[in-house]
Design a protein around this ligand. Structure first.
Ligand SMILES: C[S@@+](CC[C@H](N)C(=O)[O-])C[C@H]1O[C@@H](n2cnc3c(N)ncnc32)[C@H](O)[C@@H]1O
Length: 225
């Protein structure tokens, strides 16, 4: 019987080790810690919403980019739903973990690219998915990267993912890009917004030891035709 776990590591904290909330690893770009602590989780809600919209339109041979795919929790779902996927990440361990997932099907439809966002060029696709990744682009890079995302999405294709808001705790960090709600609407000027959730909350994972104020935009948007 197939192992129901999405990864073969069965990771757990070592004796005496206590995992931190995932946002602490993400704050420090400790992607090893991040992947370990979240390895049990499935696809993001924003991805699932976008896929439901695509499927309501009827499916053809479709190609998605998963930008900042990490260990592939969204990529695995895209493949399972019949997409061709170009999965891109700057972290080699993320891509290794992706390729070793137990829930990876249709491996022949997957292309992985170990590349940073900086200077990245994308193929033209129906869908760019980028979950919790674009705000980590290096300083000064975001606008070029976003323009490339917009260019790469074919008319009536979609973007799904997250951007960080300007009230997030990380707003002052020099290597994080944040936006106001008006700025996010400006970025999506060429799109119809299909899902917009502006999340503002205090972290409840471990608020005493690792408080975090989250300000995140969860987005699905369809490029105008
Ligand atoms: C918070 S994780 C999200 C991973 C995955 N999309 C998910 O939803 O779990 C951010 C990912 O972006 C990647 N990343 C961050 N900055 C990057 C950069 N400048 N270039 C390429 N990848 C980057 C990291 O390696 C990491 O896998």
């Amino acid at each position: 019987m197939a192992d129901p776990k999405p990864n073969p590591w069965n990771e757990a904290p070592a004796p005496g080790e206590k995992w931190l909330p995932a946002h602490v690893y993400a704050r420090d770009r400790d992607w090893h810690g991040y992947f370990r602590s979240l390895a049990h989780l499935g696809p993001r809600e924003s991805l699932l919403k976008a896929l439901a919209s695509f499927e309501a339109e009827g499916a053809a041979d479709r190609h998605a980019v998963d930008l900042g795919c990490g260990d592939g929790r969204d990529t695995a779902e895209l493949l399972r739903r019949g997409w061709r996927v170009t999965a891109i990440d700057g972290n080699a361990e993320g891509l290794e973990r992706l390729l070793r997932r137990n829930d990876l099907v249709h491996r022949e439809r997957l292309t992985t690219r170990l590349e940073g966002f900086e200077g990245l060029r994308l193929p033209e696709v129906e869908f760019v998915n980028s979950s919790f990744a674009l705000p980590f682009s290096q300083p000064g890079e975001f606008d070029r990267l976003w323009a490339e995302v917009v260019r790469a999405i074919r008319p009536r294709g979609r973007f799904a993912g997250q951007l960080f808001g300007d009230h997030d705790d990380w707003a002052g960090m020099p290597d994080r890009t944040v936006h106001s709600a008006d700025q996010v609407r400006g970025l999506l000027a060429g799109f119809e917004i299909e899902h917009w959730q502006e999340e503002k909350r205090e972290s409840v994972v471990d608020p005493t030891a690792h408080p975090k104020r989250w300000h995140v935009f969860h987005l699905v948007a369809r490029k105008k035709g």
